[in-house]
Each structure stands twice: as C-alpha cells, then as structure tokens.
Design a protein around this ligand. Sequence first.
Ligand code: 13P
Length: 291
Amino acid sequence: MSIVNAKEIMIPAAKEGWAVGAFNVTDLLQFEAVIDAAIEKKAPVIVQTSVKPSQFLGTQMMVNIYRTLAESAPVPVCLHLDHSTSIDYCKKCADAGYTNIMIDASKQSYDENIRQTKEVVDYCHAIGGISVEGELGTVGGVEDQIKVAEDEAQLANPEQSVEFVERTGVDIFAPAIGTAHGVYKTKNPKIDFERMAIIHKMLNSNGIKTPLVVHGGTGLPDDYVAKLLAAGGAKFNVSTELKHTLLDAKWEYLSAHRDEYDPGKLDVFVRDATRKAVMHWMDKLGCEGKA
Ligand code: 13P
C-alpha cells in the first residue's frame, strides 16, 4: 500500500498547491531518517538515489531497503532514480523495483533528449506502475556524476517543453528555470518563476497531467520556495543539504565524544539530525498531513 510512484503522489500536490519532498540518500541511516520524518509528518515522500550511491550499494539492495521500510510505513513512499544519463541503468533500476526513474539526457541535443527519454518512458510504462521524469534545459552545478558550468546552464523553452512532454510521454517534468545543484553562490539566485508558471499553465491548465519538478532545493530562500509552489512545483529535490547534515552531525558527535566507541549512539544522533532537516523541508512544502 505504501509503495507508490511519483506521479500519483504529485497529482494531488499540484492540484492543491503543495509539494512532495524528494530527498537524496546515500545509505540506510538517511533512508530511515527520511521515512521516519514522513511518518511523523503524515506526509507522502520520495526517497531518491543518485547513480553512484545506487551502484555502490547495488540496485537490488536499495530496492530491498525501500520495500522493507516502505511496506511497513503508513505513508506513501516512492523510490526514485535521480539523474541517470544511462538508458541501460534506468532499465536496470526499473527492473529491480524503483518506482520513478529519471533519465537525464538534458545535455544531449533536443531531438536526442526526446529519443532517449521516450525509450525509457516506453520501457517503464510497459513494466507498469513506474513513472518517468525527464528534464529540458540544463540545471547548473554538480549533482553526482553530472557537472554543468554556470555559463552552460540553459533555461527550458516553454513551447519546446510542451512538445517535449507530448513526444516523450514523460509523467513528470523538470524544466530548467535557473535553480542549481549544490550550494548557491549568492543569497538571491536568479530564478525564472514566471517561466515555471507559464510552463505549468501550458501543460496543466486543463487538469493536472504532467506535474513539475524543482531541482536544486538546497539553499533556496523560503520565499523562493513559496513562489515556486505557487508556480506549480510539486516535487522539490534536496540533496546537498542532507549530505552536509550527515557529515556535520558526524563531526559534531565525534568531536564531543572522542573517547566513546559506540557506533550505535553516533547513528542515533546523525539519524535524528537528518530526520529534523527533512521535517523542516516538509513544513516549507506544506505536505504535512497529506498522506
Ligand atoms: P541540491 O543538491 O542543490 O539540493 O539539488 C538536489 C537535486 O536537485 C537532485 O536532483
């Protein structure tokens, strides 16, 4: 009951003006913390793995952890593969039991992006129960194996966005609107809220068909999050912040307990810090009580 794909939990979010939090995890501890936060907030949630952590633990291990945690959670949980540039790896994760797959062919030409995205969509839809995310334009910054320099980042064109969604059949769509992966270099990053709202309107004004994804959650000012919610953002991706939380909490605990050799206590401290960070995001996204 708690195993869901991304589209099915994003549609009510997009209709009602809130968003599902999508949190990148690298290990079991973060995985548990995200689901604990969702249970505490009674919120649907998306757990994401970038390609490298997914390969490090192994796709089947990730899916086994997911199934074990999600099946006993009283809230809907989706497992999403984030930014795979490899069609084969998308297919492998779909076969293993991921419920949302992102093929990121955004660095390719427009036609090649469509071709690769459609191939993944067709494959996942044939399996059934899996939604697919595609990206148009390029999101700046560094995410896992993908690096996009500031001057390379390109915003999504609204007309092309509509054509891209139609030709690929993607279930959820990430238009590049100026957000970036990693830590923003300025306190007021330049985000094209209007472009987001236009794309949302063009795709979803006759009923929500293709909910929109916001990448680069870390460091977005609260008022930007509110504006992006109003512009149609129904999934917000947060990765770097949770990496910082994990490592900062480890440093803090270990520095204060230099002579203690009890990994369990360290894990409890780190998991709690992560759970709190996730709950803070859930407050901003308005998803509390929506499960
Ligand atoms: P941040 O690392 O900036 O939070 O971005 C996460 C993201 O968009 C993952 O796809």
